[in-house]
Design a protein around this ligand. Sequence first.
Ligand code: C2E
Ligand code: CA
Ligand code: CA
Length: 659
Amino acid sequence: MLHSLKSFLAVREDDSELNRARYRALNRQIPLMYGIILINMFMVAGTHLSTAPVVLTMVIPAIVLFFSIVRTSIHLRNRNKPLSDDYITHSLRKTVLQTPVLALVLSGWGLAFYQYGNAEQHAQVVFFIGVTTFVCAFCLMHLRQSAMMLLFVVAAVTCIFLVSSRQFVLMAIALNMAVITLVFATLILRSERDFAHMVVQEKRQKKQHIRLKSLNDENKRLANTDSLTGLANRRQFLAEIDRCVLQHERDSSEFVVALLDLDGFKPVNDVFGHPAGDQVLIQTADRLTGLFDAQQVTVARLGGDEFGLLIRTPGADEDVMAMANAACQKLRETYRFEEGSANLSATAGMARFPAAANTRSLLFDRADYALYFAKQNSKSEPVFFSHEHERLIFANSALEQALRHADLEKEMSVEFQPVLDLERGHTKGLEALARWYSPTLGRIRPDLFIKAAENIGMIGRLTEVLFRKAVAEARHWPGELTLSFNLSATSLTSTGPIMRLLSIADQAGLPMNRLIFEITESAVMNDFDSSMEVLNHIRSSGAHVAIDDFGTGFSSLAYVHRLPIDILKVDRSFIRDLTLNSRSANVLRSILSLCENLEIGCIVEGVETQEQFDLVCDLGGQLIQGYYYSKPLSAGDTHMVLQIEAETRLSPPGSQAAG
Ligand code: C2E
Ligand code: CA
Ligand code: CA
């Protein structure tokens, strides 16, 4: 019994959360409680001033007032202070211990007045004790130990006093008080239980919230870093650029975005496998982070083998160039991994904010353009986005815009350039060359608009228009003259485009064996497997395949025999140098003999002068294309020239040589 009473009254220190909540609630209510006690005491003291002794009316209330001020000021002072669990437990225990004293003072002081005054004053005293006790118990409600102690001590003292008077009315009051005390105690215990439950619930929610928050933080971290290298990822990189843009708005600070792309990464992946590729990427990340101060330069992996640098205090262009050069230099060092080692290089493109662009996406695009430019033009040399690039982009975008809105049927046409068959002394076939006359931009070079059409995804439609026009002419040509048609790299990525072209020729009634499709080496190397499929498809239909611009791209004589081809077209750069150095002549000789061995045709392109023509003849060239024999001709001129040639079969157009 005593034990359970003790444990009921104990303030347990392991309930720290509950204790804190109790303390907070008491902090709010205790000043109120003292206020009520004092008001009530002064009322009683006031009505007894003339009848009761000074100790009761003045001294004790003054002591209580002093004590109240001290306690209240302690509570007020601690209101917003961070307090330790120990302090709170200690303070609650102190309150519990002080409660019986308060209860005794309340009941003892009140009842002491009973021997003075009249019946009304007695009623006032009983009223004082009852009301003050219940209000105080209510204020102490959240600390049930104190509330119970106050209720029962006051009730016990008062009831004993009243019952011992043996007056019927006072005994009735005592009974009344006892019942109300019990009911009130029950209510307080219930509400305290609810309070404790609520605190536990709140604690659980808080814990859950913390867990969710840390989960959220972890997700955020994962979403912003590259899992392989631990660097910032593209999302984070873009967000940091955004922050730099905002910073610029505040203090006009400049920054530079540099994009780095590894050259030779794909072969490492292909030859040594993905784990080796991963090692290369991790080492690249380490090398780059080791090179720069993280405060000054953010290194990010933007995807694949592309990395980004955000240079916050870039200095002059030369300084940035030096940084980019240092990065590229570092990436040229040999990579070693379990499966072997590899030498790679890197290309960098850079753009400065706000000189190159004044928005994040434009800046990124321009750095990307500079990178593209670096790859195209000066491999492994960093390139800064410049005004020249801006002009190029402007011209390109004007061209793309005009092409998008072009009436292809009306604006596109084809010219034909004859190929001379030396042995027979007349035209063997003709190459169709695309021509575009734009009403807004005028005449545009075919290599430019073909590239633009590839960029904007129009090449398929454009090729079909051009091919239809070429075939419509070729079917009127006499005899077995062939039509050569250039295919762009994108036509080699699947068999769809070529099948449509073959069906166009079929519908026009042009025999397949009179068709030659010209493709470049680099287009074949771009996607070797699907190119082979397309080439085989062409040949199985009866049409022929020519490798165009041979010698400019991959230029490996070794693989030529593996390609399903009928003709090799030697690039005109060889012929240009033919009269200048003997090396070119040797190369041409070996290409010619290779073709002879493989039993494929060889067209020598770009023959412009008598001298070149003679040399090619001496080296054994059979098929010749170039301004010397004929420039590209309009469809009408072609028709006329071929007509004359068929009639005379003597002298090919514009030529003194074959005549
Ligand atoms: P290509 O296939 O190598 O075409 C030959 C280019 O060399 C033509 O330029 C032609 O006019 C030019 N040429 C011919 N003989 C000589 C010569 O003796 N000296 C010099 N300096 N040049 C000569 P063009 O018509 O400007 O075509 C340029 C390139 O555009 C073509 O090079 C080809 O790659 C591409 N192209 C032209 N038409 C088409 C087409 O219909 N489809 C595709 N995909 N590409 C085309
Ligand atoms: Ca060609
Ligand atoms: Ca060519």
